[in-house]
Design a protein around this ligand. Structure first.
Ligand code: MG
Length: 170
C-alpha cells in the first residue's frame, strides 16, 4: 500500500504531467498561428508524451492500491514573444518537472518505499532526455537567429519528430 503522503504526491504529479501536456498544446497553437507547422507538430508530440507520463503515474497509483482524483488545470500562457522564448519556457518548465520528480524520489526514500523509488528511476532517466531534447532545439534556434530560410529548414526538421510510446516500462 502507498502511504497517504505518497498517494497525494502521486496525485499531484498526475496533475503536473497533465498541465505540462496542456502547456505544450498551448505552445502548439502559438506555432500553428505563426505558420510554423513543424514546430507545432513537435509540440504536439511533446503533448502526447506528457499525457503518457500522466497515464503512467495513474496506472502505478492504482496498481499500488491508491486512488487518483483529478484536479483543476489552470489555463497556460497562450502567447510568447518568439519561438526562442517558447523553448526557453519549455526548458524552464522541464527543469521544474525534474525537481518535482527528484522530490518524489526523496519522499520514496525517506518513507522506505522501495517499489516507488524503483518505479521513479524511469522518470529520472526520462527527464535527462527531456531536458536534452529541448536544449537541442534551443541550440539550433540560436544558429538560425535572424535567418528566415534557416528557420524554415528547422521547421521542416522538427516536423519529423514522432511519438513512440516507450516499450520498456519500469
Ligand atoms: Mg513529463
Amino acid at each position: 500500500m502507498l502511504s497517504e503522503k505518497m498517494e497525494q504526491a502521486l496525485n499531484d504529479q498526475v496533475k503536473w504531467e497533465l498541465w505540462s501536456s496542456y502547456l505544450y498544446l498551448s505552445m502548439a497553437t502559438y506555432f500553428e498561428d505563426m505558420g510554423l507547422m513543424g514546430f507545432a507538430s513537435w509540440m504536439k508530440v511533446q503533448e502526447q508524451e506528457e499525457k503518457f507520463h500522466a497515464t503512467k503515474f495513474y496506472g502505478y497509483t492504482f496498481e499500488r492500491g491508491g486512488r487518483i482524483k483529478l484536479q483543476t488545470l489552470e489555463a497556460p500562457e497562450n502567447s510568447w514573444k518568439s519561438p526562442m522564448a517558447a523553448f526557453q519556457d519549455t526548458l524552464k518548465h522541464e527543469q521544474g518537472v525534474t525537481a518535482r520528480i527528484n522530490a518524489l524520489m526523496d519522499l520514496a526514500i525517506s518513507e522506505k518505499d522501495h517499489a516507488t523509488a524503483s518505479y521513479l528511476k524511469w522518470f529520472i532517466d526520462e527527464q535527462v532526455e527531456e531536458e536534452a531534447s529541448v536544449q537541442d532545439v534551443i541550440n539550433k534556434l540560436k544558429l538560425v537567429e535572424g535567418n528566415p530560410s534557416a528557420l524554415y529548414m528547422l521547421d521542416k526538421e522538427l516536423a519529423t519528430r514522432v511519438f513512440t510510446p516507450p516499450a520498456a516500462t519500469a
